[in-house]
Structure formats: structure tokens, C-alpha cells
Design a protein around this ligand. Structure first.
Ligand code: HEM
Length: 252
């Protein structure tokens, strides 16, 4: 019991779970109004939180870019096959034979660039306004995960056009994995863990020791399924935390 109390009263725990719903009669009402699913809008909003110049809506715009990526990405999936024989041709066919294909592909590409730039500007805004400080420290951690996921989405998407720049960029990127200390077959201390070119980080990433069919398929699954699903889950947690932390922070 002592250990449970120590955990539930710790700073990390209370930064994630704010209040115990059964501890006061007033909390019976709070159970409904503070539940994001039962009461999607907050009961009150501060006028200062509505000021566009405080956030410049960077987080909201990052989210908008994510939605654009999901919609255009699903449409691109109808025409693209992740195998070396077809990937490049499919991409060219999307551009030149599919109605609005060039527009679709460019929208996906430009919104991806915009998402990376906006997420960094959003992070800068949060930092400059000190919004990472308690009680929002947990949401900063969720944000760091979202930044990592955004960069990984960008990295995995880069291989899919299967052109020269994609091929060589991922060759260089995955060589870095091979140079990882301990876990990369060309990295320092790899002999200690009996790591070779068939069980190292580069092999895990590519499913091979060079960029070819297995790598293309792995990157496609990561890009179209795993990373977007993870991003959706963490964005939901991010938005839920904003409600639980009392809305966005106030201008000083
Ligand atoms: C996919 C990426 C992300 C999305 C879609 C997103 C979305 C949002 C939105 C819509 C807000 C509300 C206020 C605003 O629009 O600025 C917000 C607030 C916040 N975000 Fe993000 N965010 C992302 C990444 C990040 C990153 C990388 C960090 C920091 C490492 C971060 C930390 C925070 C914090 C601490 C708040 C609360 C700010 C406050 O109360 O003023 N977020 N986010």
C-alpha cells in the first residue's frame, strides 16, 4: 500500500492523472464536465487563450497538415505498389495519367514539408512562452514523441518514390544505423555483443544489408500504417492533456 501511495502521489503520476474523481462530492459533476468524451468543449475558456498572437495556431496548423497527409496519403495508396519493379513507374503514372495526380502528389509532399517546419515552430513557441513548465511537463514529453514520429514519417516517406535521391538518401541514412556503437556491424564495440551484418540495426531497418525490396516494403508499412496510427494516438493524448492541464497556458 505504501508503495502504491508513493507512486500515485509522485510528481510524474500527478502530472499525468490530475485528480481522484471519488474524493469530493463536487467531483461527481466534474466526472462529466471534465471528461473529454462526455463533454468535448471545456466548460470555460479564458479570453487570453483565444489570442491568435499567443500561439499563432502552430499546433493547430501542424494538426491540419497531418489531416491533409492522411487524406492525400490514402488516395495515393490506391495507385502505388511498394515493390522495386513498380514503385517508380507508379509514381510517374500518378503524376501523368491519374486525374489531378500531380496535384495530389505535390499536396502530399508540400504538406509533409510544412508539417516538419510547423511542428518545429510550434515547439519553439511552446518553449519561448515557457509552456513546458508544470503543470504541462507531461504534454511536453508527449510533444517530443510527436516530433520524433513526424521526423520518422518524413524519413520513411522519402524512400517511397524509389528514385535516385530516395535510394541514396536511405542508403546513407541506414549506413548510420550500421555505424551505431554496440548495435551496428560497423560501429565500435559491436564484437562485444556478437553483432554482425545479419543481426545489426541496419538489418532490422532494411530487412537486408542493402536498400532493396525488403527495405521498400518495411518503409511502406511503417509510413502508411504503424507511424500514422502511433501519431493519431499521441495527438489524441496531446489534446486530452491540454484539457486536463486547464487549457493552453496564458500569456504573461
Ligand atoms: C504532430 C505534432 C503536434 C501537434 C499536432 C500538436 C498540436 C498542439 C495543439 C493544437 C496545441 C494547442 C495550442 C497551439 O495550437 O499551439 C498544442 C499545445 C502544446 N503542445 Fe503541441 N503539437 C505537436 C507537437 C508538439 C511538440 C513537438 C511539442 C514540444 C516538444 C509540443 C508541446 C506542446 C505543449 C507543452 C502544449 C501546451 C502549450 C500551452 O499550454 O501553451 N507539441 N499542441
Amino acid at each position: 500500500m505504501m508503495i502504491v501511495n508513493r507512486i500515485t502521489q509522485s510528481r510524474v503520476w500527478t502530472s499525468i492523472f490530475r485528480h481522484n474523481l471519488d474524493d469530493k462530492p463536487r467531483n461527481k459533476g466534474l466526472a462529466v464536465t471534465s471528461n473529454v468524451f462526455l463533454h468535448i468543449h471545456p466548460v470555460t475558456t479564458r479570453a487570453s487563450a483565444m489570442k491568435v498572437r499567443f500561439t499563432f495556431c502552430m499546433g493547430g496548423l501542424t494538426f491540419l497538415m497531418f489531416i491533409v497527409e492522411v487524406v492525400t496519403g490514402i488516395l495515393l495508396m490506391f495507385y502505388y505498389r511498394p515493390v522495386p519493379e513498380y514503385a517508380y513507374t507508379d509514381m510517374k503514372l500518378i503524376e501523368h495519367t491519374v486525374h489531378y495526380g500531380m496535384f495530389l502528389r505535390n499536396m502530399h509532399r508540400w504538406a509533409a514539408h510544412a508539417m516538419v517546419i510547423l511542428v518545429m515552430l510550434h515547439m519553439l513557441r511552446v518553449f519561448l512562452t515557457g509552456s513546458y513548465k508544470p503543470p504541462r511537463e507531461f504534454n511536453w514529453v508527449v510533444g517530443v514523441l510527436l516530433l520524433t514520429l513526424t521526423l520518422l514519417l518524413s524519413f520513411t516517406g522519402y524512400l517511397l518514390p524509389w528514385d535516385q535521391i530516395a535510394f541514396w538518401a536511405i542508403t546513407v541514412g541506414s549506413k548510420m544505423a550500421a555505424a551505431t556503437p554496440f548495435l551496428g556491424s560497423e560501429g565500435p564495440f559491436h564484437e562485444l555483443l556478437k553483432i554482425n551484418e545479419y543481426n545489426d540495426m541496419q538489418y532490422l531497418l532494411l530487412g537486408d544489408n542493402r536498400v532493396w525490396g525488403n527495405a521498400l516494403l518495411r518503409f511502406y508499412v511503417l509510413h502508411c500504417v504503424l507511424l500514422p496510427v502511433m501519431c493519431t494516438v499521441f495527438i489524441a493524448i496531446h489534446f486530452w492533456r491540454i484539457r486536463k492541464d486547464g487549457g493552453i497556458s496564458r500569456p504573461l
